[in-house]
Design a protein around this ligand. Structure first.
Ligand code: G3P
Ligand code: CA
Length: 245
């Protein structure tokens, strides 16, 4: 079993169990609760801005509607992204990616999940952003679209890429090796990875960051597997759980 204190705590959409997902309030809460890293989702707006939001539309997580790709930054930032979760968070905005990097300490890693797999317009915008101000070093870009990740890695060899998947692979590390670019991490759905897969991946030099595990019995199983970190909606609770191990 991996040392619990070495297991990284990764706040899913910040601390999405306790604050409105993908808002600065959620990311700051995750940082305050001792997360080592936060996970977030990005889309490109109509005017080419990197917008932090899980869904393609504003409908579920704000008081506005519409597809992000059809809206400008101005329209998106008029939306209230906190009140749907709780009136305590009224006035929270949908952040730009830049604001998240500025809001968090430099020591915190950021796992950027690219949701916009529809086209390659996001590639140069994201890479341009990450190449400034030492951002590459604190970033892992993940996606369910592995061709997109290979494309980004070929364009920027310093970029760390993480493979997201919900499939039950026969050979997790072997699949990563077959992509023929250096993969930094595996991000499997947490129920779909076992001891052999984890140990093969770690031995191959891959970090293993399963998503999204929210319960102590799930955390215990993952700890016993020896994963490198756990993506959770409750980073504070996971941190306390690991401290007590
Ligand atoms: O990155 C892990 C997890 O966020 C992937 O699924 O739908 O929550 O973005 P989803
Ligand atoms: Ca995500």
């Amino acid at each position: 079993m991996r040392n619990a204190q070495q297991t990284r705590v990764i706040g899913h959409r910040g601390a999405a169990g306790e604050a409105p997902e993908n808002t600065l309030a959620s990311f700051r809460l995750a940082a305050d609760q001792g997360a080592d890293m936060v996970e977030l989702d990005v889309h490109l707006s109509a005017d080419g801005k990197l917008i932090v939001c899980h869904d393609e539309t504003l409908d579920r997580t704000s008081d506005q509607t519409g597809a992000i790709r059809d809206l400008t930054e101005y329209a998106i930032r008029n939306a209230d992204a906190g009140n749907w979760f709780s009136s305590d968070f009224s006035g929270e905005r949908i952040p730009l990616l830049e604001e998240v990097y500025e809001a968090l300490p430099d020591s915190m890693e950021i796992n950027v999940e690219v949701k916009d797999a529809a086209g390659s317009a996001l590639d140069p915008v994201l890479l341009g952003f990450l190449r400034e101000d030492g951002r590459l070093e604190r970033t892992i870009v993940s996606s369910f679209d592995h061709k997109l990740l290979v494309r980004l890695k070929q364009a920027e060899p310093k970029l760390r890429i993480g493979l997201l998947y919900a499939a039950d692979l026969i050979d997790h590390a072997g699949y990563a090796a077959g992509l023929n670019v250096e993969v930094y991490s595996l991000h499997p759905f947490h129920e779909l990875i076992g001891a052999r897969d984890t140990s093969d991946a770690v031995t191959s030099g891959l970090a293993v960051y399963p998503y999204t595990a929210n319960r102590p019995e799930q955390w215990q199983r993952l700890l016993e597997l020896g994963v490198s970190g756990i993506i959770t909606d409750y980073p504070g609770e996971l941190r306390n759980y690991l401290i007590q191990k």
